[in-house]
Design a protein around this ligand. Structure first.
Ligand SMILES: Nc1ncnc2c1ncn2[C@@H]1O[C@H](COP(=O)(O)OP(=O)(O)OC[C@H]2O[C@@H]([n+]3cccc(C(=O)O)c3)[C@H](O)[C@@H]2O)[C@@H](O)[C@H]1O
Ligand SMILES: Nc1ncnc2c1ncn2[C@@H]1O[C@H](COP(=O)(O)OP(=O)(O)OP(=O)(O)O)[C@@H](O)[C@H]1O
Ligand SMILES: NC(=O)CC[C@H](N)C(=O)O
Length: 589
């Protein structure tokens, strides 16, 4: 058996910032070297960030990425860190000798040692579902790279390679590797840590060797990465687990089988892969002091979602140079939760809550908003909208829903004006997933904003997270930030006297279940009705969801926390004549 000290660097990088990410990788390699690591793994496309989307189609970007990875190798050697083997994800392209600076983009892991890129591995399985579009960009690789490092054979794979049967994992078993090193950019969604943990165990057993899994952390537009790096032994027992949602260098000492000492490439016919082998380093001297590998406990379901929302908003602001956020505070639970998340994300001193009472606003909408602001310590002001509403009515003749929505739009103008006056800042839209599903918001009114922190959180979860946040504060000996009345009061848009959400919507407990079936589960009308829901209600909800596509398309981005979020995850035509309650053939006489 050979000893290998491995470091999993779960970093937060910025998409497109190759220079900054490169410096960060350099810095974290220094830290790994200081801890006497022999192999350090960085996440998938750590150098360019993930996902780079159409940046992958720009040859200038690809060129910068591939040159930077070579420069990184030389800088490491110049600093005396060349002995440490570094595996880092970056963007590369295929070589097309007839067209020197052109080629198909590839999602690649580079192996850096003694100042050189000594081996490369191109991702074999490309995800092309949900939020992923990798077939649009990348050409798949057809080689499994096996490195001999410190007397151990280490196979390399990238993220989706682990999720698909066959291919690199099966070839790893065939190659008799002692370790499978997988670099990842696996976005967070609810319960995914359990799925990933089981997957890593299962694939380690299939590969017949230990498996090291490193994942990114941080927010990138709608996505948030949760880290959760881990190591499984060859039996599938998770022996190391990193923290969630924070950067960390996860270190472990592994005892691994000796190298098979096979020379030259072999062909896996079953997997249609070439197994290429590279001798990188001889056996290392044992590190001077042993280390204890971490086994962080998993966060509770509520804390996990809340942490994802905080990190998603913090990084959207931080990575886009946004210093302040403005939002309308109605005393209702949605804007209350958003203000709390924002205060946790960027500090209450940078959060500006505005109360905009109208003629129909209840007293508690004002007092609860003020109470929240005082508890959180955020900036609070009151701008009544009646004068502006009256001014509009003196100019245009509107009534009914148009007049109701006018109030929401006047509020939006005020928030946008304040944000605009105090740049760099954005408005936060406070709509939740249930409202987005059924179109229960005013387009260009409360739907305005630069980011929508809870757009993927169903209303029933909004209450659940608010309760969790208060309990969490109490457990830490702090004042609960959320006024109890905001949690217990009946939801109302307060756009006309006595209005309640339940005037136009079914109770949220029922609505959320139907939305979960239709949107997240992609169930058809027949299946949802068969699950025991009222036929008319199912038809009504499906109709509302279908008709609101145009509103969702114009809604700001917000953090994905569910299996299927509105946005890149669920792409439906806006102009869409398909309605399940009118089967096409029945309509033909
Ligand atoms: N296909 C299409 N593509 C692009 N735009 C389209 C469109 N169809 C309509 N439109 C536009 O959208 C307009 C209709 O949408 P919109 O003006 O929003 O109005 P609408 O959907 O009719 O009303 C808003 C609803 O949301 C409720 N609401 C409002 C505010 C807050 C809350 C809350 O509790 O959070 C609830 C409110 O009580 C009401 O039931 C049309 O007049 C038209 O201008
Ligand atoms: N009186 C108000 N003052 C300031 N902002 C308001 C006011 N009323 C509504 N808003 C803003 O418009 C958004 C839509 O709120 P509305 O009260 O219509 O419905 P809601 O879904 O119950 O939201 P909330 O639970 O935050 O009240 C709110 O989240 C808030 O940002
Ligand atoms: N970057 C990837 O290949 C991600 C795909 C993978 N199924 C995941 O979510 O973890």
């Amino acid at each position: 058996m050979a000893h290998l000290r491995i470091a999993l660097a779960q970093l937060n990088v910025i998409v497109g910032d190759i220079k900054g990410n490169g410096e960060k990788i350099l810095d974290w390699t220094r830290r790994a070297a200081a801890k006497e690591a022999q192999l350090v793994l960085f996440p998938e496309t750590a150098l360019t960030g993930y996902p780079v989307e159409d940046l992958a189609l720009r040859q200038s970007f690809i060129e910068e990425s591939r040159q930077s990875v070579s420069r990184l190798a030389s800088r490491l050697a110049d600093e005396g860190l060349g002995e440490l083997v570094v595996v880092v994800g970056y963007l590369d392209r295929t070589d097309e000798p007839e067209h020197p600076k052109k080629g198909h983009p590839q999602n690649v892991a580079a192996v850096l040692h003694r100042g050189e890129v000594v081996a490369r591995y191109a991702k074999h399985h490309l995800p092309n579902y949900g939020v992923f579009d990798e077939f649009r960009y990348f050409k798949p690789g057809n080689e499994l790279t096996v490195l001999t490092i410190g007397g151990v054979d280490v196979a390399v794979a990238i993220c989706e390679d682990l999720w698909q049967d066959g291919g690199p994992v099966a070839a790893t078993a065939e190659a008799g590797a002692g370790l499978l090193a997988v670099i990842n950019a696996s976005p967070y969604e609810r319960d995914k840590d359990d799925t990933r943990g089981e997957l890593v165990s299962r694939r380690a057993r299939e590969a017949g060797c230990a498996l090291a899994y490193v994942n990114l952390i941080g927010g990138q537009d709608e996505l948030v990465f949760d880290g959760d790096s881990m190591i499984s032994d060859a039996d599938g027992t998770l022996i190391v687990r990193g923290p969630q949602f924070v950067e960390d260098l996860v270190l472990a000492d592994l005892e691994l089988p000796d190298s098979q000492a096979v020379n030259g490439p072999t062909v896996s016919r079953a997997e249609k892969l070439i197994i290429s082998r590279h001798h990188v380093t001889d056996a290392y001297p044992a590190p001077s002091t042993p280390i204890e590998a971490p086994r962080y406990p998993r966060l509770s379901a509520d804390e996990e979602v809340y942490s994802a929302l905080v990190l998603g908003l913090r990084d959207y602001c931080g990575k886009n140079g946004i210093e302040r956020v403005y939002l309308g505070l109605s005393g209702g639970i949605d804007s209350t939760l958003v203000a709390t998340i924002a205060s946790d994300a960027i500090g209450a001193a940078n959060v500006y809550g505005i109360s905009n009472p109208s003629a129909y606003s209840s007293e508690h909408s004002k007092t609860d908003a003020a109470d929240l602001a005082q508890r959180l310590g955020l900036n609070f002001s009151t701008v009544p909208i009646a004068p502006a509403v009256d001014a509009f009515h003196s100019l245009i003749d509107i009534d009914g829903v148009a007049a109701e929505n006018l109030q929401a739009r006047i509020r939006a103008v005020i928030w946008m004006a304040e944000s605009n006056q105090h740049n760099p800042s954005i408005v936060l839209a406070c709509g939740n997933k249930s409202e987005l599903a059924v179109g229960y918001s005013t387009i260009y009114g409360d739907a305005v904003g630069g980011f929508a922190p809870i757009k993927d959180v169903p209303k029933t979860w909004v209450w659940r997270l608010a309760t969790w946040r208060n309990d969490h504060a109490v457990a830490r000996g702090e004042q609960p930030p959320i006024p109890e009345n905001s949690i217990t009061k009946e939801p109302s848009a307060e756009l006309r006297p006595g209005q309640k959400d339940t005037d136009s919507l079914p109770p949220y407990e029922v609505l959320d279940k139907i939305i979960a079936e239709y949107v997240e589960g992609d169930q058809g009308r027949a299946e949802i009705i068969a699950a025991g829901y009222d036929v008319d209600l199912v038809d009504r909800v499906m109709r509302m969801v279908d008709r609101a596509e145009y509103k969702r398309r114009q809604y700001p981005p917000g953090t994905k926390i569910s299996f299927k979020a509105f946005g890149r995850d669920r792409r439906l035509p806006i102009t869409n004549g398909w309605r399940e309650e009118h089967p096409a053939l029945e309509a033909i006489p």
